[in-house]
Design a protein around this ligand. Structure first.
Ligand SMILES: *Cc1c(COP(=O)(O)O)cnc(C)c1O
Length: 496
């Protein structure tokens, strides 16, 4: 059976999965969604003995139905290999009353690797299937982790170029170093004088710019996206929730069919939406707990039904969640409207013009699958400190946001269901904030001294990704204002 995709802003027109991946964003500015969310066709009993790669195939074949079995398996094999420093790919660690699903064992030590190690393969396969002659230019806005994971995934991939925009003052020192030391003939990195929302809006505007598309086409280029607005990012992220449930079952932590909760540190709403899709596929997930940092626009939305980005943008120690426009929420909104593209368009237009929209009471009922909370900077620090003091386990600040929110949820509701916490980054990626929380006295000024200090204190080895940039030369120094993003892209591509 073949599954098709349509835009959240135009329910009438359908396209194949490979076309949706190739495009990234729909022409009308909407996000591609499947016409229905497929059910898993294998039981958890069968899945519990499967490897990560086998689970990936079982999940992804339901969504990417125009890829052949051979194509899909080849993409999966190339993605989930020795680039990951653990054979399980996504290990589960039981600590402090929850199960931490460690999604940071890939090449760039953040969860973005889970999807971005496969996206380049899906995309080049999709280009072949759709007889695309142009070079694909991957245009990416990053709040810190997507950029590096996408650069690593696309570096020197034939037929592609990648341009990454990151907020100059909005990423950690380590994240910035990871990006500006990126090798690869086809890679470009640009620091913008603005925040992540500016970067993302600028990129989205270029996707919607028909004139620009024409100019690029004349030079043999077309855009695609590595952001989680691309369905090719979202689908691989569903896999690890299925995998984690199956592993809990295999390890005897839960009984067959036992409902669990999932807590996700959230920014652009991609990761938690993948968990929601997993639930719709049949994984027994009860509550999806959406954890925000001090940029708590989503928490307020779940409380009130009003999404309002009119507020100060806070720079926190969890920069990858410093976002006020959570793009993937549009996919949930669309479902809540009963797939009404007119309503979706109306609300997104309000978001664009007024910075806010409100959902109906009926739509609010659809939010019952979710719970939400947020953590202050103090709570994040305290959570990292306490976890380390009590167990020796080290959390990065993003995962600590989720851990703190889950703790509060548990105290408030008394909900004793087993809970998975998506652990989204290695603490080594945020050694400064982590050291500040566990040993402020021993704080070093130099990033790599902090990393070495953290190694002394923690039971976790320093990942390869850290050593790779320790002495790497800086290769990218380009900067631009938020008004100049389009010109910068044209300059990089030599289009004018
Ligand atoms: C991107 C990111 C998040 C947020 O994920 P979304 O899918 O954008 O909600 C959380 N933690 C880390 C470390 C990230 O890189």
């Amino acid at each position: 059976m073949s599954l098709l995709y349509k835009s959240t802003r135009n329910s009438g027109k359908t396209v194949t999965a490979s076309y949706a991946i190739l495009k990234g964003l729909a022409e009308d500015g909407g996000l591609f969604v499947p016409t229905e969310i497929p059910r898993l066709s294998v039981s958890m009993d069968e899945l519990k003995d499967k490897s990560y790669q086998e689970t990936a195939f079982a999940v992804m074949k339901e969504f990417l139905t125009d890829f052949t079995e051979e194509e899909l398996k080849s993409c999966i094999e190339k993605a989930y290999d020795g680039k990951f420093d653990t054979e399980e790919i996504a290990p589960l660690v039981k600590e402090g009353g929850a199960y931490y699903l460690e999604l940071y064992h890939g090449a760039t030590i953040a969860f973005k690797d889970m999807a971005l190690s496969i996206l380049p393969h899906l995309l080049t396969t999709a280009a072949r299937k759709n007889q695309v002659k142009n070079q694909i230019v991957i245009l990416t806005a990053t709040s810190g982790d997507t950029g590096k994971a996408a650069l690593a995934g696309f570096a020197d991939v034939k037929g592609t170029k990648i341009i990454v925009f990151y907020p100059k003052a909005g990423v950690s020192r380590f994240q910035e170093l990871q990006m500006v030391t990126q090798k690869g003939e086809n890679t470009s990195v640009v620091a913008i004088h603005g925040n992540f929302d500016n970067a993302q809006s600028g990129v989205k505007a270029m996707f919607e710019d028909k004139e620009l598309a024409k100019e690029l086409d004349a030079f043999g280029y077309q855009f695609s996206s590595a952001n989680s607005i691309n369905i090719g990012r979202l689908v691989p992220q569903i896999v690890y929730y299925v995998y984690a449930y199956a592993k809990l079952l295999k390890n005897g932590e839960i009984a067959q069919g036992e409902p669990i909760n999932v807590t996700v540190p959230t920014g652009n709403f991609g990761n938690i939406l993948a968990a929601y899709y997993a639930k719709k596929m049949g994984v027994p997930i009860e509550k999806l707990i959406c954890a925000s940092n001090e940029n708590k626009v989503l928490y307020d939305f779940f409380q009130t039904g009003t999404y309002d980005r009119n507020r100060d943008f806070v720079l926190t120690t969890s920069p990858s969640m410093d976002i006020l426009i959570s793009s993937n929420l549009e996919r949930l909104i669309y479902l809540l409207t009963g797939e009404d593209d007119t309503e979706d368009r109306r609300m997104m237009e309000e978001l664009r013009t007024k910075g806010a929209y409100e959902i109906t009471d009926q739509m609010k009922e659809g939010l019952a699958d979710f719970a939400a909370g947020y953590a202050s900077e103090d709570q994040v620090k305290q959570t990292i400190h306490e976890m380390y003091a009590n167990t020796g386990y080290v959390l990065d600040p993003h995962t600590a946001v989720a851990s703190s929110v889950y703790g509060e949820y548990f105290r408030k509701t008394g909900d004793t269901r087993k809970t998975i916490i998506a652990s989204t980054a290695s603490p080594y990626k945020f050694a400064g904030s982590v050291m500040e929380a566990i040993d402020p006295e021993g704080m070093e000024a130099d990033e790599f001294k902090r990393i070495d200090k953290l190694r002394e204190l923690s039971r976790m080895e320093i990942p390869k990704a850290v050593e790779q940039i320790r002495n790497a030369p800086i290769l990218h120094t380009r900067e631009c204002g938020i008004q100049k993003m389009k010109e910068t892209v044209k300059e990089i591509l030599g289009v004018s």
